[in-house]
Write a protein of this length. Structure first.
Length: 397
């Protein structure tokens, strides 16, 4: 009986194509909006999450504030010794920055310069394309050596393999010892917020002191990584250690990039729910359209209902038939909406050179929700048809 009802519903849709399409339009638009919007949000979220993961979720940034005379300042030696004192801290690298004038025979321009130590590259996840990164002896001996990012090498030397060449920084010669792989260089979120430019170089922390006047041996910022990626434990340990030193949590600020991932998850979840709610309203509007057309259908088929009841059809059979017809309309509209969604997402992928895909969980939710809408808004017309009296139905004209 169910199979027969489905066949009758499909035949009715085929017979009244335009009316059926207009009836399903609300469902089509609702499903289209739900699938496309949520799939795009999921795709964008995945891309952002991958970028954040590439930076490294175990990266911790610590800023120490200077409140004037009498403020305790950690020395370079104290900061470098933190991994030996703290169980959950794997690596630590101080970081200071400034802007200097860089010059070669090809080019002269202002660039962003970072002073740090050997551990910085590992903490940030940098990979070297040529040469090496800074080493501890470079910092201990105040060596005039420099590591370039890929863009700086190309612009100032005309090629990326410029190891052994010299770059003038504020008039002083610095030997190029390495070039960072452009595909692997990932600046931390804090570095980006502090204004890291396209042209970036790295020198030993002790060498930067001689280049930039406001950089001192006392450290006001450093980066750390956690043992086994346990960022929360490392962050808590650093917080306790610095609170003991300074006696006040307002004297420092600790930030971990895992907080960005957590915030992104909350934002995207809320956005997905919001978009899903908007699309859900469209589906409900489509359900009202289905109820309206089903009431028209009940009126048009009053004699058919009277004949079926006269020959013994039970009210439950009549009710089931109209419920299945309403649900079939809804599901067919859902399928059309999913097909349109797939076409639009493929167009977006081609035009935008991205790789968004349909979200399978959203498709499943769309089908279930559409079926539910069909049943919900088909109940009243089905109930009305099942309660008709055979004599009154047969007299209807």
């Amino acid at each position: 009986m169910i199979l027969q009802s489905i066949k009758m519903a499909l035949k009715s849709i085929k017979t009244n194509k335009l009316r059926s399409f207009l009836t399903m339009l609300g469902i089509i638009i609702g499903v289209f909006a739900l699938v496309v919007l949520v799939s795009l949000v999921s795709g964008a979220t995945s891309s952002i999450t991958d970028s954040i993961s590439g930076i490294g979720n175990d990266l911790i940034s610590v800023n120490l504030f200077d409140w004037g005379e009498g403020t305790y300042r950690m020395s370079l030696k104290e900061v470098s010794a933190l991994p030996e004192e703290l169980e959950h801290v794997a690596l630590v690298a101080p970081a200071a920055q400034g802007t200097v004038e860089a010059k070669t025979r090809m080019k002269g321009a202002g660039i962003q310069i970072y002073g740090t130590t050997a551990a910085y590259a590992e903490i940030q996840g940098y990979k070297m394309k040529y040469g090496r990164f800074l080493m501890n002896p470079d910092c201990e001996n105040h060596t005039n050596v420099v590591v370039l990012n890929h863009e700086t090498a190309i612009q100032f030397f005309g090629r990326d393999n410029c190891v052994g060449e010299y770059l003038k920084l504020d008039g002083r010669d610095y030997k190029v010892i390495g070039v960072i792989d452009s595909g692997k260089e990932q600046q931390s979120m804090m570095s980006m917020l502090l204004g890291g430019g396209m042209y970036t170089v790295y020198v030993p922390y002790t060498s930067l002191i001689r280049l930039v006047s406001n950089v001192k041996l006392s450290v006001d910022q450093f980066y750390a990584s956690a043992v086994d990626g346990d960022t929360k434990a490392a962050q808590s340990e650093l917080n306790d250690y610095l609170t003991e030193i300074y006696g006040d949590e307002d004297m420092f600020y600790i930030f971990s990039q895992s907080e960005i991932s957590d915030a992104m998850d909350k934002v995207t979840s809320t956005l997905s729910l919001l978009l899903g709610g908007i699309a859900g309203i469209s589906l409900l509007v489509g359900g009202i359209g289905i109820m309206n057309i089903m009431l028209v259908s009940v009126t048009e088929r009053t004699k058919e209902i009277g004949i079926r009841k006269a020959i013994g059809a039970q009210p439950s059979a009549i009710r089931l038939q109209f419920l299945i017809e309403a649900m079939t309309l809804s599901i067919v509209g859902c399928i059309i909406g999913i097909i349109f969604s797939w076409i639009v997402i493929e167009i977006i992928n081609i035009i935008g050179n991205v790789s968004f895909g349909l979200s399978i969980p959203v498709i499943i939710v769309s089908v279930l929700f559409s079926s539910g809408v069909g049943v919900l808004f088909g109940l009243y017309p089905a109930h009305k048809a099942s309660k008709m009296k055979p004599i009154d139905a047969l007299r209807f004209s």
